[in-house]
Write a protein that binds this ligand. Structure first.
Ligand SMILES: [Zn+2]
Length: 232
């Protein structure tokens, strides 16, 4: 391993994608000295959860969720945060060429070793799939050799065959030591998690709900060269 700082760029759609889906992995690499840059394409202002009891509205939600994301970044050790200021739930309607250009610019500027984004088919939300598709296109445009991975939900990729993949296509990261940080990030996104009772149980009880592993689909040849249990 070189002595240069390792870098990771995560390109996601909403405040909370980073924490709920791969917060353990981000916390793990941040604590190992990896410099992490996060993009949230939107401010999540169309989220259906308005706090419990509700205290937010469409006007106040964007600012609240931005603050929550900043706190989550602190909890996970994410150093740099960028918003693309695309309206929530409209990423799929953003100009794909401009969006890819913007992400390509960031890839050149950050020069990461690893890029995380959503799978364009298995993203689970139109905004997710759209930002994933744009990131794939962006990396192509840079012609840089960076390891690209798609984040995945829960332990679905314990059985990758269901999705047309094999074990060799999957990275499985042990995040059992990062549950405290991940839980803190869940709690930072409080307007989204207030109605989830388990999040607010004792630390010990809540952490039991968090899995020991997070899974990533290898998105290109560079990623396939890497080990099964490490993104770098
Ligand atoms: Zn999302």
């Amino acid at each position: 391993m070189s002595s240069e700082t390792r870098k990771l760029l995560a390109v996601f759609a909403h405040p909370d994608d980073e924490s709920f889906i791969c917060g353990g992995t981000l916390a793990k690499y941040a604590s190992a000295g990896v410099e992490i840059t996060l993009v949230s394409a939107t401010r999540g202002e169309m989220g259906r959860r308005m706090g419990n009891p509700p205290y937010l509205n469409r006007e106040t939600m964007a600012a609240a969720r931005e603050l929550e994301l900043r706190e989550a970044c602190e909890r996970l050790g994410i150093q740099h945060l960028h918003f693309f200021n695309i309206r929530d739930k409209t990423v799929e309607f953003a100009d794909p060429d401009q969006l890819a250009d913007r992400i390509a610019g960031l890839i050149r500027e950050v020069d990461p070793d690893v890029i995380l984004t959503f799978h364009e088919q298995w993203g689970g939300h139109p905004d997710h799939c759209a930002i994933g598709k744009a990131t794939i296109e962006a990396l192509d445009r840079t012609e840089l050799e960076k390891a690209l991975y798609f984040i995945s939900f829960g332990d679905a990729m314990e059985y990758p065959e269901v999705y047309g993949y094999f074990k060799k296509d999957i990275a499985k990261i042990n995040v059992s030591g990062q549950k405290k940080a991940k839980l803190a990030a869940f709690r930072a996104h409080r307007c989204q998690t207030e109605i989830d009772e388990w999040v607010w149980l004792s630390d010990q009880q809540a952490m039991r709900r968090l899995g020991n592993y997070e899974y990533f689909i290898k998105g290109n040849e560079e990623a396939l060269k890497r080990d099964h249990d490490d993104l770098f």
